[in-house]
Design a protein around this ligand. Structure first.
Ligand SMILES: NC(=O)c1ccc[n+]([C@@H]2O[C@H](COP(=O)([O-])OP(=O)(O)OC[C@H]3O[C@@H](n4cnc5c(N)ncnc54)[C@H](O)[C@@H]3O)[C@@H](O)[C@H]2O)c1
Length: 238
């Protein structure tokens, strides 16, 4: 497939390397230095666009692809207040848009495991919940999109939990998300339930960006020819 990369930073470069190794072509690369070349007309040269930029530009970049009728796969986090508007535009234009806060297949298994565990812990109020995310120091948003998805999975399944908070908290009703920034960490997420007698912990540790890049390329292959708004559960079937 012919890929347009919107954003040529750490993720854009990792995706380019892996896509070429898999026999795909990267026909367009847009970043801040040539952003004026990214138009509804130019993007049509690609079969699919993959967007990994920054929270402030993501929605406009995706809308441009939707207007051009080019399927777009986005991994940028921290812009989701605009997602409903982008989804509506995609449906209206009959285009295709794929979003995941995390493209790693392992993390998506972890999302399912987190929901399963939360469902069981709904019956066990003696356990206190704590969640933690650790990322490299260049990450702009906190908490991570992945940790928000994990918190939402808990809120869906534990009836006492109503919202998340980005700090340590023992408040009933809150899912605490502790964010740490440590040099070179690609992404580590931990969910811990503690009681006076024991604790249960589940943890996902990414060893590199390869899992995110590989999942985004898989999503790009999968979305071509489909119409609508999709996510990892559509592609992976869970
Ligand atoms: N969904 C996932 O699986 C996943 C995995 C890793 C990172 N991320 C997210 O992806 C995003 C990018 O991560 P990264 O590590 O590549 O960051 P990065 O800072 O290395 O790269 C971002 C690039 O986008 C460029 N850019 C900024 N604004 C732009 C715009 N409006 N249009 C085009 N390019 C623009 C920057 O110049 C930079 O080169 C972040 O939001 C990060 O949280 C998501």
């Amino acid at each position: 497939m012919k890929i347009a990369l919107i954003g040529y930073g750490k993720m854009g470069k990792t995706i380019e390397k892996m896509a070429i190794e898999q026999g795909h072509q990267v026909v367009l690369k847009f970043d801040v230095d040539n952003f004026d070349e990214f138009t509804v007309k130019t993007i049509k040269k690609a079969d699919v666009a993959i967007e990994f930029t920054r929270p402030e530009g993501a929605a406009e970049n995706i809308k441009k692809c939707i207007e051009a009728g080019v399927p777009v796969v986005c991994g940028t986090t921290g812009w989701l207040e605009k997602k409903a508007e982008v989804d509506a535009l995609c449906e209206e234009k009959g285009s295709s848009f794929f979003y995941a806060s995390n493209y790693s297949v392992g993390v998506n298994i972890f999302f399912a495991l987190n929901k399963f565990l939360a469902k069981m812990m709904n019956e066990q109020p003696q356990y206190e919940l704590e969640t933690e995310e650790i990322h490299h120091t260049q990450k702009l948003d906190a908490p991570s999109g992945t940790s928000i998805t994990l918190a939402e999975g808990i809120i869906e399944n534990i009836s006492d939990k109503k919202s998340w908070v980005n700090k340590a908290s023992k408040a009933k009703g809150k899912v605490p998300i502790i964010s740490k920034r440590i040099e070179k960490v690609p992404g580590t997420h931990t969910i811990k339930y503690q009681s006076v007698i024991d604790e249960i912990e589940i943890k996902h540790t990414a060893h590199s960006r390869a899992g995110f890049a590989g999942g985004a390329i898989q999503a790009a292959e999968w979305i071509i020819g489909k119409k609508g708004v999709f996510g990892m559960s559509d592609m992976l079937g869970f």
